[in-house]
Design a protein around this ligand. Structure first.
Ligand code: SAH
Ligand code: SF4
Ligand code: F3S
Length: 470
């Protein structure tokens, strides 16, 4: 198993910045400002990576645009988590033949998790000749070099060889939202849940040094960020690969000590490593949001074992109970998979009963999708598709009514919310637990924490009004 981490040295990063300058010069000598379009699929980790891709593009003189039409560079930052996600990308990638025909010279890149799969890379080589470059997440820091090569050479560029997972500090970054920032604290995953492609495409778990994370958080807060979301596939195992003697709870506590009025969120927690220490730290610290995304995947201990999750139903429930006891206002969300190979009706019912017992605020629900190369893809799967769809619908129904009930219980209560944006005529805000609230108010409130009284609710969101009219 590859465990080596490649920390990209400063001189190699400087070389990349030189490539940015060279690209800038190419366009400058033509007297043109080139346009770049970046499309992001998948999870927050990809969102965070896309901010670096945009950073590199802007550093190279590109202006960002929101359509591939007329763009000089198109980057598809892809997700491989389910077959459907990949099909969407292949469909949209096919459509780019037209934009490229209409704009000769358009350079098209595919990166992200799909680029970490050999079968995908081969398919791009053979069937998508209009794609100019492919690079896996390990090679993201070399995007400027890859782009430069496609601009100056005739060959397509593939940076997809299976290398040690990289960590690169100090790449340029263009953040989507100055108020709410993603902060990756670690990359990759060691867990090898039997259904999951992530460890194969993102490599082994590797943590950024705490000094780098703290410095980034400090700068973000100084620049006006009000919410930091720490990202990792399994944040609870942060630091295990470092020699700093610091675990995730310690890191949280250190970030919370940064002066300023802000909230810390994090995802994703793996139930196996979600410790009492973590819940105690959350409970004790007002800057850590009382929000927990704790995927359970299945309510059946047999299925959990087959998934290689390393906890059973009982342990999961005990941890959730402890967390709820420590934090009575805790907002809990989770991921669940329906129709894992061999899941029986009775095992599915255990999933339903777990949902009813825990009562999540909301759930991300998925039907099992076999991922080539993962152990679950070759497990016996006798349950017909229609039956899985039926289970899925039933699960959604159960969850929707729980979400609706919980949201209804918010009505009349007042929450401190971050006003974070605008949606048509409304302001949008988030409670500390991360629930969406729509309210009327002046746009100059965006970026401030305000007390909001909840006046209405539905399954997915809340409406409210400002407590004090300011
Ligand atoms: N690291 C996170 C999950 C990241 S993937 C964790 O372990 O909790 C996000 C979610 O996608 C998973 O929690 C799982 O519910 C779902 N998922 C992953 N692989 C899947 C597959 N092959 N089929 C269906 N859902 C899947
Ligand atoms: Fe996938 Fe499991 Fe790792 Fe989450 S913990 S990314 S589900 S292998
Ligand atoms: Fe998808 Fe990769 Fe995230 S597979 S869910 S984008 S880690």
């Amino acid at each position: 198993m590859e465990t080596k981490t490649y920390v990209v040295p400063q001189d190699k990063l400087n070389e990349q910045l030189l490539y940015c300058n060279k690209i800038y010069d190419i366009w400058n000598s033509r007297g043109q400002t080139p346009l770049a379009y970046v499309e992001t699929y998948g999870c927050q980790q990809n969102e965070a990576d896309s901010e670096k891709i945009r950073g590199i593009l802007c550093e190279s003189g590109y202006r960002l645009t929101d359509t591939p039409e007329g763009a000089d560079v198109v980057v598809m930052n892809t997700c491989a988590i389910r077959e459907h996600a990949e099909q969407r990308v292949f469909g949209n990638l096919g459509a780019l033949t037209h934009t490229k025909r209409r704009h000769s010279g358009q350079k098209i890149f595919l990166c992200g998790c799909m680029a970490g799969q050999e079968v995908v890379v081969e398919r791009i080589r053979k069937s998508y000749p209009h794609v100019d470059g492919v690079f896996s997440t390990h090679h993201l820091w070399q995007f400027a070099e890859i782009l430069y090569k496609t601009l100056t050479g005739k060959k397509r560029v593939f940076y997809t060889q299976d290398e040690a997972g990289s960590i690169s500090e100090g790449l340029p970054q263009v953040r989507d939202n100055p108020l709410k920032a993603w902060v990756s604290i670690m990359y990759g995953c060691n867990n090898f849940c039997t259904y999951c492609i992530v460890p194969y495409v993102r490599g082994r778990e590797r943590s950024r040094r705490s000094g780098d994370i703290l410095a980034e958080c400090r700068t973000l807060i100084e620049n006006g960020a009000k919410e930091l979301t720490l990202l990792g596939q399994n944040v609870n195992s942060y630091g295990k690969d470092l020699d700093e003697g610091l675990d995730f709870s310690d890191l949280l506590e250190q970030i919370a000590q940064i002066p300023g009025d802000f909230l810390i969120r994090f995802m994703t927690s793996h139930p196996r490593d979600a410790s009492k220490k973590l819940f105690d730290t959350m409970a004790a610290n007002p800057k850590i949001a009382k929000q927990l995304h704790l995927p359970f995947q299945s309510g059946s201990s047999r299925v959990l074992k087959a998934m290689n999750r390393h906890y059973d139903r009982q342990t999961y429930l005990e941890r959730v109970l402890y967390a709820k006891k420590k934090m009575p206002d805790l907002v809990l969300t989770s991921d669940v998979i329906v129709g894992f190979p061999g899941e029986t009706e009775e095992e599915f019912e255990q999933t339903i009963s777990l949902i009813q017992q825990v009562r999540y605020d909301s759930l991300f629900t998925f039907i099992f999708s076999p991922r080539p190369g993962t152990p679950a893809a070759s497990m016996d799967d006798p349950t017909p598709k229609e039956e899985k769809n039926r289970r899925f619908d039933r699960l959604c129904q159960v969850q929707n009514s729980i979400s609706e009930e919980i949201h209804k219980s918010y009505v009349g209560k007042t929450f401190r919310c971050l006003i974070d944006g605008q949606d048509k005529n409304y302001l949008t805000a988030r409670t500390e637990g991360g629930r969406l609230v729509r309210l009327l108010g002046d746009t100059n409130l965006i970026g401030s924490f305000r007390n909001v009284t909840i006046t209405g609710s539905n399954t997915w969101s809340l409406t409210g009004e400002l407590l004090e009219k300011e």
